[in-house]
Design a protein. Structure first.
Lengths: 225, 225
């Protein structure tokens, strides 16, 4: 028996994993960054093969990890987590610094960052696991708490995008009973709340190609509150 | 520049990773368990090559992950994290259940567990990374919070043992100024506090082979409060 709720008891953080150069950079939201050895310090980052950043890390040979804080603006998760670098330039307008290997490091909403040089790439199926040796590590803000995936799910009501290793098909989770006639749905990308009572229309009745009026995320990216 | 404090901003949980059979089982405390793909659900667990459990997982071909809760008794972390299965039988007296693959699953202080069949073993240097496909997942307690490594470090004042991927040599961390003439030292394994003022002797002056009077952890496992 597999109860998918058990998977949510594993603790993760939320990070922007970036790669590229001064000329072109891209990044995505990851919750699976972790240290794999202490001597030398090596870190793993999992990336869906369909993610554009996987290609960019592959050709660049290094990546950076920006660690987000608890009150990080939802917009940055929307940009890096729910949009593709094939369609938009995610680095545009971001506060960037460039690492020793030349990769961009996103400083917005970050409390610390790592820079790693890829020493191994492991194919784990739908995802690639990039193993990188630590080149640089810096703390940017001592006062803020790191954003955890649990906090993101519970307080910010966020869900993992389809390409995440931790994506869980909602139909696999046990259904909770309806709490009233009207419900509210929150956009996982920007936090906008669709209130059925206020809008006068059930969320389910909205067309499939309807998008979030604030950030343009798809209907599927909304989460029932 | 590498500031090792930055590494503590990565979020982890704390787990007992076990393997073996009804006849013989062993386990260790891990903070690096994470999902690597969603279809099928696959999980990675990093284990130091010197850990006895690495050998046991290698010969058994499967492992279980017990997810500890925030108020987990320090004793269980002492037993599984700071002692070797080569010297003691860690499973003795534990509340166990056996998985579909036959591996023991520790139920003490656990809120959920996973059982995985190893599909790949990756050598990442000092550690082996076992990639396992999910066989079973269960929630044991919905009401308790998962224990995070941050909580363990901050509230429980725990440190990573030498064999952990996230072990940081204390000498690499910036020194904090002394807060008074007397200091207190806490055992990372069981929580016992050595109070210099009460004991009338500086902790540094205690012999190197002195052990925790409560759980027998080594002097090196104590952390300055």
């Amino acid at each position: 028996m597999i109860n998918y709720e058990a998977l949510f008891k594993i603790s993760y953080g939320l990070y922007i994993v970036s790669s590229g150069s001064k000329d072109y950079g891209n990044g995505f939201i990851s919750n699976t960054v972790f240290q794999v050895t202490s001597q030398p310090p090596k870190f793993a980052a999992c990336c869906n093969k369909d993610n554009h950043t996987a290609e960019v890390i592959g050709s660049t040979g290094s990546f950076s990890v920006s660690m987000l804080h608890e009150d990080a603006a939802a917009g940055i998760i929307g940009t890096f987590g729910y949009k593709s670098g094939k369609e938009i330039n995610k680095m545009e307008g971001m506060e960037l610094k460039y690492g020793e290997t030349g990769v961009p490091i996103v400083l917005n909403e970050a409390i610390a960052f790592l820079e790693c040089r890829v020493v191994e790439t492991i194919d784990v199926g739908t995802h690639l696991m990039f193993i990188g040796e630590l080149v640089q590590a810096e703390v940017l803000d001592e006062s803020l708490e790191p954003l955890t995936y649990l906090y993101y799910r519970r307080v910010k009501k966020g869900v993992a995008p389809k390409n995440a290793p931790t994506y869980v098909d909602k139909s696999k989770l046990e259904k909770k009973p309806a709490e009233g006639e009207y419900a509210k749905y929150e956009c996982a990308a920007c936090g906008f709340v669709y209130d059925e009572e206020k809008e006068g229309k059930k969320f389910d009745e909205m067309p499939d190609d309807w998008v979030c009026p604030v950030c343009g995320a798809e209907k599927d990216d909304f989460y029932k509150l």
